[in-house]
Design a protein around this ligand. Structure first.
Ligand code: FAD
Length: 490
């Protein structure tokens, strides 16, 4: 930064303010944007594609697709209040410095983010800009309560969800969402902006995004439409249907939340205001939103959540799965229909039902004995809702290595899980169409079907659909032996 920048006089009334958009691609309930608009200063709306890793793990393939469309939607929404979205690629520190130097901006505002790398980077930028006489303000939005604020009686952090939930509720009502600013003063100088198409966020050769595009409408408008539909159609029966992957029983707001196209506060209050919803159903839904907050609470207090076992006894776990086994899992060719349906839903649509996330994760970790971090990586690359806190916390939860985790020795039986939560096989038939003509009785265990039944359904095991790659009972015993071996070493 040249010297003259350090001596820049402060508080020029028409010096621009930069709104640095990150995981908050919305106008409504956007504290940073509202403050900038209300300041009366010229506003520069900026998004930086940080591929350096300084802001945290770069987005996976599915999220790159989403980001392209979400930025398109944000650009046009900002146009509606008179602003232009400036797109830049590179290290955010250098991009901000460049724009400040060229425009004389004197303040920068943003909404807080909570990944460990992002927190470190934002603190560094804040200190550096303040040193140079600029004003930096950050706002809440991504979470309903600040994740560091909730403390146990002894001043530590919560490792178990139930007391966390009680503390969360004890904090009082979440912040009320702000309306979108109606207008803002645009900065009228010229600022170089990249062409979004040049960022190559969309897949080519091959373009695998067809199923994702058919499933989702990225952007703030799409988020609010989905919220409205969920509150009208599914919330009233949420407690019963949320565990059934074959029906649309959940909100599917997770990718919109991951990109900050909508805030949890907005969702919280819209659900509370929905008509005809029993208190119990509403509480169940609110509690799920609080699981997301709990995941962030864990992440900010245990920043290595993605890479290190929360319970370090698991450092001695004798993982042994093969690359071939991992690939069969990726492709949804394990021979267990509910697992394969989940993995194919993930690949085709960029999302997987929560119940099936638990089943597929458990299968990888316990039936295939593959390190949970390999699964977490694959989910990160393929999920449109990949979230630094929820993904890592949930994988550790399933592995048994996490805070408040399911005990390792509770091993999901993929047949019984399928029969319980997809009793008519609707979900399996949709994503594993080669089994669609099997009767309900065999849809979750085709290998038990008599030859005639298989022939009638045009299923040839080992040819049209794989034989189970491991036998459940034996896999279970192997996993328990490994667990006991690990405990013996602890
Ligand atoms: P709804 O049932 O409608 O719930 C509403 C919101 O509450 C969700 O959008 C989500 O923000 C939050 N929520 C619900 N359940 C959970 C949960 N168990 N943990 C944390 N937040 C929750 N969620 C992600 O957002 N990103 C991830 O990367 C992610 N990875 C996961 C990996 C595994 C192995 C497992 C078991 C779960 C993972 N989850 C993740 C949690 C959960 O599966 C999804 O949040 C949920 O399926 C999203 O669908 P929905 O929006 O319809 O949820």
């Amino acid at each position: 930064m040249p010297d003259q920048d350090r001596t820049r006089p402060t508080d020029l009334p028409d010096a621009p303010v930069i709104v640095w958009f990150r995981a908050d691609l919305r106008l409504r309930d956007n504290g940073a944007l509202s403050a900038a608009a209300a300041s009366g200063r010229p506003v520069i709306a900026l998004f930086v594609l940080d591929e350096t890793g300084a802001s945290g793990r770069p987005p996976g393939g599915a999220q790159r697709w989403w980001l392209h469309h979400s930025l398109t939607a944000l650009g046009s929404a900002l146009g509606g209040i008179g602003l232009t979205l400036i797109l830049r690629r590179g290290d955010p520190r250098a991009v901000l410095d460049d724009i400040i130097n060229r425009t004389g901006a004197q303040s920068v505002v943003w909404n807080r983010r909570y990944g460990p790398e992002a927190i470190a980077l934002d603190s560094e930028i804040k200190a550096s800009l303040a040193d140079r006489g600029l004003t930096v303000k950050s706002f809440a939005g991504a979470l309903m309560h600040e994740p560091t604020k909730l403390k146990t009686g002894s001043g530590g952090y919560y490792k178990v969800y139930s007391p966390f939930w009680r503390a969360f509720i004890g904090e009082g009502e979440p912040r009320r969402p702000d309306p979108a600013p109606g207008t803002a003063t645009a900065y009228d100088g010229t600022i170089e902006s990249d062409d979004l198409a040049d960022w190559d966020l969309l897949p080519t050769g091959p373009d695998w995004s067809g199923g994702i595009a058919a499933t989702w409408t990225p952007g703030e408008k799409g988020a609010h439409e989905r919220l409205k539909a969920f509150c009208a159609d599914a919330l009233a029966d949420y407690g019963r249907k949320r565990d059934l992957p074959g029906v649309d029983g959940t909100s599917r707001l997770s990718p919109h939340l991951a990109f900050g196209e909508i805030t949890p506060s907005d969702i919280w209050y819209a659900a509370a205001a929905a008509e005809g919803v029993a208190k119990k159903q509403l509480e169940k839904f609110h509690k799920e939103l609080a699981w997301r907050e709990f995941s962030y609470h864990l992440l900010v207090n245990f920043p290595d959540l993605r890479t290190a076992n929360f319970n370090d006894t698991f450092d001695a776990f004798p993982w042994e799965g093969s690359e071939d086994a991992l690939e069969a899992w990726h492709k949804g060719r394990t021979g267990y229909p509910i697992v394969d349906a989940g993995m194919r839903q993930l690949w085709q649509t960029g999302w997987m039902h929560n119940r099936v996330r638990m089943i597929t994760a458990s299968f990888l970790i316990k039936h295939l004995m593959i390190d949970w971090r390999r699964g977490e990586d694959w989910f990160w690359d393929t999920l449109v809702d990949g979230d630094p806190a929820s993904n890592a916390a949930s994988w550790q939860w399933v592995a048994g290595s996490g805070a408040d985790a399911a005990p390792y020795f509770r091993i999901f039986n993929p047949i019984l899980q399928g029969e319980k939560f997809d009793p008519d096989g609707a979900y399996v038939r949709r994503f594993v169409p080669e089994l669609s003509d099997l009767p309900d009785k065999y849809i979750h265990k085709p290998w038990e079907a008599p030859r005639k039944v298989l022939e009638k359904a045009k299923v040839s095991l080992g040819s049209t659909y794989p034989e189970p790659m491991v036998e459940h009972k034996r896999a279970r015993e192997r996993a328990l032996d490994a667990y006991n071996e690990m405990r013996g070493q602890a």
